[in-house]
Design a protein around this ligand. Structure first.
Ligand code: NAI
Ligand code: OAA
Length: 314
C-alpha cells in the first residue's frame, strides 16, 4: 500500500486530483500539503475527502499538513503548487515565477523523501520538471512531468469522435512541449491496430483543425470556466495508478532524454516512456523525418528556456 502526497492541495487542480487518487486501490494514505496559513482550508478539504471515501465505501486515510517534513515516506509526490495562467497568457510566461516556487519545494522533497517518485504538474511543466530534477537531487527516473499525456488524450478523443470508434480503439501520441510546439506523431497513430494513414478516410481528416483544438484546449477552458481541473486531475490519477500498479504502460510524459529520440534532447520534454513502480524510463524510438524536424524545434525551444531559467535560479 502507498502514501501519496499532493503539494499544492489547496489549489483547484490539487484539490480535485486528490479525489480520484484517494480512490485508487493501491493508495492507503493521501496527504494534502499546503503553505503555512492554510491549515483550516486543508483541514476542511481533508475532512470532506474523508467523507467522500466513506460515501464510496473505501478506507483511505486522509491527512493534511503545512510542514514539509511530513512528506517523508511518500511513495509518490504530486506537485501542483504554483500560479496558473490567466486568459491571454502562455504557459511559458509562468516559468520564472513558478521556478522560484518549485525550487524550495524540490529541495525539501529531495531532503525528506529521497526515494519517492515525483510527478510534476505545475506549468510550464517541462521546465518545472527540469527544475525539480535539478534541485531535488533525485534520479531522472524518479522525477517526471505530466508532459503531453493530457494532450495525447485530447487528440485521442477527437480522433475517436471523427471515426466514430471507441476511444480504446485509438492509439496516438503527441510528443514535445506541453504547449505551442507540441508534435503529433501520425506515424504512431492507429485505429483498431491499423495505421491511420492506411485508412482511406485519413485523407479527409482535418489535421490542422484538430491540432489547433488540442493546443487551445487549456486556454479555451481557462477563458470559459477559469481553470482546467477534471482533465488534468484524472490524467494525474492515471499516472499514479500506473506507477503503483507497476503497470509498465507506455505513456507520453515529460522525462529527461539524451539519446532516446535520434540523439535529440538533454532536456525534460514529452516522450513515450515506460511507467512502473520504479518510475519512468523513456523508450528509445525512431520517428519520421518531418516529425523529427518539428521535435528538434520543440526540444530546442524548451532546452533554451530551461537553461535560461536554471541560470536565473542560481
Ligand atoms: N500540466 C498540466 O497539464 C496542467 C498544469 N496546471 C498547472 O498547475 C498549477 C496549479 O493550477 P491550479 O490548481 O489551477 O492553480 P490554483 O491557483 O488554484 O492553485 C495553486 C496552488 O499553488 C499554491 N501556491 C501558490 N504560490 C505558492 C508558493 N509560493 N509556494 C507554495 N505553494 C504555492 C497555492 O497555495 C495553491 O495551492 C498551475 O501552474 C497550472 O498552470 C494546471 C492544469 C493542467
Ligand atoms: O492550459 C493550462 O494552462 C493548463 C494546462 O496545462 C492544460 O490544461 O493543458
Amino acid at each position: 500500500m502507498a502514501k501519496v502526497t499532493i503539494i499544492g492541495a489547496t489549489g483547484r487542480l490539487g484539490s480535485f486530483a486528490s479525489h480520484p487518487i484517494a480512490g485508487i486501490p493501491h493508495v492507503d494514505e493521501v496527504l494534502l500539503m499546503g503553505r503555512p496559513g492554510r491549515e483550516n482550508l486543508l483541514a476542511g478539504l481533508a475532512h470532506d475527502l474523508t467523507d467522500s471515501c466513506a460515501a464510496r465505501g473505501i478506507w483511505t486515510e486522509i491527512s493534511s499538513s503545512t510542514s514539509e517534513e511530513d512528506c517523508a515516506d511518500s511513495d509518490i509526490i504530486v506537485i501542483t503548487a504554483g500560479a496558473p495562467r490567466h486568459e491571454g497568457q502562455d504557459r511559458i510566461d509562468l516559468a520564472l515565477a513558478n521556478a522560484r516556487i518549485i525550487r524550495p519545494i524540490a529541495e525539501s522533497v529531495g531532503r525528506h523523501a529521497p526515494n519517492a517518485i515525483v510527478l510534476m504538474v505545475s506549468n510550464p511543466v517541462d521546465v518545472m520538471t527540469a527544475v525539480a530534477l535539478r534541485y531535488s537531487g533525485m534520479e531522472p527516473k524518479q522525477v517526471f512531468g505530466l508532459g503531453t499525456h493530457l494532450d495525447s488524450m485530447r487528440l485521442k478523443a477527437l480522433i475517436a469522435d471523427y471515426f466514430h470508434v471507441h476511444v480504446s480503439e485509438v492509439h496516438t501520441r503527441i510528443i514535445g512541449e506541453h504547449g505551442e510546439s507540441m508534435v503529433p506523431l501520425w506515424s504512431a497513430t492507429t485505429i483498431g491496430g491499423i495505421r491511420i494513414s492506411n485508412l482511406p478516410a485519413f485523407s479527409g481528416l482535418p489535421i490542422d483543425e484538430m491540432m489547433q483544438r488540442v493546443k487551445s484546449s487549456g486556454s479555451f477552458i481557462i477563458k470559459n470556466s477559469g481553470a482546467t481541473i477534471y482533465g488534468p486531475g484524472d490524467a494525474i490519477a492515471t499516472l499514479v495508478q500506473t506507477i503503483l500498479g507497476n503497470e509498465n504502460r507506455i505513456l507520453t510524459v515529460s522525462s529527461y532524454i539524451k539519446s532516446e529520440v535520434h540523439n535529440v534532447g538533454d532536456t525534460c520534454i514529452g516522450v513515450p516512456a515506460r511507467v512502473n513502480r520504479r518510475g519512468v524510463s523513456p523508450v528509445p524510438i525512431r520517428i519520421e523525418e518531418s516529425e523529427l524536424e518539428a521535435f528538434r524545434e520543440s526540444v530546442g525551444k524548451i532546452r533554451g528556456i530551461t537553461r535560461e531559467i536554471l541560470e536565473k535560479l542560481e
